[in-house]
Design a protein around this ligand. Structure first.
Ligand SMILES: [Cu+2]
Length: 173
C-alpha cells in the first residue's frame, strides 16, 4: 500500500512536466510556443517562430537553429527601410536577464532553407535552438496554416505575462 501511494506521488510530480511540453527550459533559458508555417508542395523555404525567455539571473545568446526538415536554417531580422521591408541574416540574438524575445511574423524570425518535405498543417516539426551557454534546446513546433500569425489557438505569438512589467513596452502587431 505504501508503495502504491509513493508511485502516485511520483506520477503527480511528473504530471506538470508532461503537460508543459510546449515549453522547454535548460539552464535558465526557456523556449516556448514554437511553430512553423505550412508550405505548399514543392516549396523550398519555410519560416519558424518561437518565444525565448531567460530567467532573471540568466544571460545567454541564441547562436544557431537547425531542423531535420531543412538543409539549413538562418536567424533573420526584419525591419522597414524607407518603405521596403528588409530581412537581414543575424549571427545570433543576445538574451538579457529576465527578457522575452519573440520570434514572430514581420519581426525577427527563422528561415528554413532547402526543405526536404512540405510542412503540413497539423504536423510537428523538430527545431533545435542552440545557445552559447545553455547549449542545444530541442522543441517541437506545430505546423500552422500558411497565413497564420501565431501558434495554434492564438492569432499572434502569445507573450507570457508571468514576468510582469517587462512586457508592457513590447509592441504587439
Ligand atoms: Cu527571413
Amino acid at each position: 500500500m505504501r508503495l502504491k501511494i509513493r508511485a502516485l506521488a511520483v506520477l503527480a510530480a511528473l504530471a506538470p512536466v508532461l503537460t508543459e511540453a510546449h515549453e522547454v527550459t535548460v539552464k535558465g533559458v526557456t523556449v516556448a510556443h514554437a511553430w512553423v508555417r505550412a508550405t505548399p508542395e514543392g516549396a523550398k523555404v519555410g519560416s519558424a517562430f518561437a518565444e525565448i525567455k531567460t530567467d532573471k539571473d540568466t544571460s545567454d545568446r541564441l547562436v544557431s537553429i537547425s531542423s531535420p526538415v531543412a538543409g539549413r536554417a538562418e536567424i533573420h531580422s526584419m525591419a522597414m527601410e524607407g518603405d521596403v521591408m528588409k530581412m537581414r541574416r543575424l549571427d545570433g540574438i543576445d538574451l538579457k536577464p529576465g527578457e522575452s524575445v519573440v520570434l514572430k511574423p514581420m519581426a525577427s524570425h527563422v528561415m528554413l532553407f532547402d526543405l526536404k518535405q512540405p510542412l503540413k498543417e497539423g504536423d510537428l516539426v523538430k527545431l533545435t535552438l542552440t545557445f552559447a551557454k545553455a547549449g542545444p534546446i530541442e522543441v517541437e513546433g506545430t505546423v500552422e496554416p500558411p497565413g497564420a500569425k501565431g501558434p495554434h489557438g492564438f492569432d499572434k505569438q502569445p507573450v507570457d505575462d508571468s514576468m510582469g512589467e517587462m512586457h508592457h513596452d513590447m509592441s504587439h502587431d
